[in-house]
Ligand binder design. Sequence first.
Ligand SMILES: O=C(O)CCC(=O)C(=O)O
Length: 297
Amino acid sequence: MDVQVLLAELRRQLPEFAILISLLAECFETQGEVEDQVATPDKKGVQAAYARDGVVLLKNVLTEDWLERLRSAVDEEVKKGERYFAYKNMREQPGTFQDFCLTSDIGQRVAEVAGSSWTSLMFDQLFVKEPGTRTQTGWHTDQPYWPVAGPIMTMWIALDPVDPDNGALEFIPGSHAWDAKYRPFKTDQLGAFLHYLEEDSPEYSDMPDFEAERDRHRIIHFDMEPGDALAFDGMIVHSAMGNRTSTRRRRGYAIRFACEGATYQPRDTVTEWLHDPGMADGSPFFGKKFPLIYEAA
Ligand SMILES: O=C(O)CCC(=O)C(=O)O
């Protein structure tokens, strides 16, 4: 087994030894910087970086044709006049988003990065931060909002150049393997905190104020070119900066996938639109509503 995959597994299984495991990781020089991930050309290296950090940058996942088609589809969609969080599940309607999810190689890419024998499609979502959208998207984890347990991956595809000026995403690498489940919360249309959900559930703890304690964490962001994608784990702590430019849009297309080992876990508090009464509690996370889009031969 690759040493980095092994270390990630140790972190997951033995959270009480996190500091010791980090020291061990340093011995193996696994605390590579972002550039290491980008430069890592082989599939095993990408898989190991993803297992270790919970996020990895993939260069050029889109062909020019898909890039142009997705940009046009996004521009049509945003004509509806909603902003930011409101655009989701476009893949349910015939058209470019559906074609991309079902016929491109994106599902196979997910399987390769996760080391999974199958991937199913949970939903897709647009995150368009227009110039002047100053609101930062607060620190959060995604998975507590969704009726699923186990490995979940988002592919966040940049349709414009992305950097800290126009809304780069930020991550705390390794946080996907912390032994913590952070309480989901409601936000306004721009992603700013309003109030907690599941307030009485002992399963969750409140989200620490990561913004206030930035100097206590290793926080990374990725500059992206159009057509690059970030693959990130459903449990990683992340946020997104505001767009403080006056001219540069930041269009991101995020697709959420379930991987081998993911199971359906409905809860009535959040995202009821992702519930499927036809699926049994605890069953593998694929079915009519969540189609398998890749299966290893
Ligand atoms: O793109 C953004 O602004 C936020 C994306 C995000 O938080 C997510 O995809 O979970």
